[in-house]
Design a protein around this ligand. Structure first.
Ligand code: G6P
Ligand code: MG
Length: 214
């Protein structure tokens, strides 16, 4: 019954979540704000602009438009520097063999990420060759938990939402998949993720046959 898998990127296929965290933490120092791990969890899956807005709110800092534009640019420059040496070693454990299984079984594969840097990361890691469609932050107007990114992914693959399984590490992403009427597998800890149809800590724990019964 399932024909397609839609993957989030950051924290699902590659460990870039740590670089986003570092880059925001560095930025926060400019207005004496120390980003916590709990707060960072809330930034996962949402856009760059929305992330900055949340951080400024937590810091209780009123920034001007000019400051915001400059900080968004700085954060991304810092992030790009952090990922500049990325290669296939940074693909998370079990990902490639899982993609291989999907390919062998004829699944369609799409990316559904809020990141505007998705393409470059897929290229640097070599992951790009696995994808039939790529929907990233440049192609959507609404951020997760809005289902737009996954709906566009399903559409690009020619599948209905019932035929798709989403893989997500962020609460906003799990909520987006559910809002789009899709099954979702959470990657991470059940202590921070809720509402997923199944939660695994990594792709080393899952075979295609495990989700066919969901
Ligand atoms: C993903 C990450 C977020 C990141 C967002 C935008 O959703 O989980 O942490 O802020 O993409 O990424 P970008 O690369 O466009 O700044
Ligand atoms: Mg993610």
């Amino acid at each position: 019954k399932y024909k397609a898998c839609l993957f989030d990127l950051d924290g699902v296929l590659v460990d870039t979540a740590i670089y986003h965290f570092q880059a925001w933490k560095t930025l926060g120092k400019q207005f004496d704000f120390e980003l916590s791990h709990e707060q960072n969890e809330e930034l996962k899956g949402i856009s760059r602009v929305e992330s900055l807005e949340k951080i400024l709110q937590w810091a209780n800092y009123q920034a001007t438009h000019e400051q915001k534009d400059r900080w968004l640019k700085e954060k991304n420059e810092n992030y790009l520097a952090l990922i500049s040496n990325m290669n296939s070693n940074e693909i998370l454990p079990g990902v490639i063999s899982f993609l291989q299984q999907l390919k062998e079984q004829g699944f369609l594969i799409a990316l559904g990420s809020a990141s505007k840097n998705a393409q470059i990361i897929l290229e640097k890691t070599g992951l790009i060759t696995w994808f039939h469609a790529i929907i990233d932050g440049n192609k959507v107007s609404k951020s997760k938990p809005d289902p737009e990114v996954f709906q566009k992914g399903a559409e690009a693959l020619g599948c209905s939402s019932e035929e798709c399984i989403v893989f997500e590490d962020a609460q906003a992403g799990i909520d987006a998949a559910k809002a789009g009427g899709m099954k979702v597998i959470g990657i991470g800890s059940p202590l921070v993720l809720s509402g997923a149809d199944k939660i695994i800590s990594s792709f080393t724990e899952i075979q295609v046959s495990d989700f066919m019964t969901l």
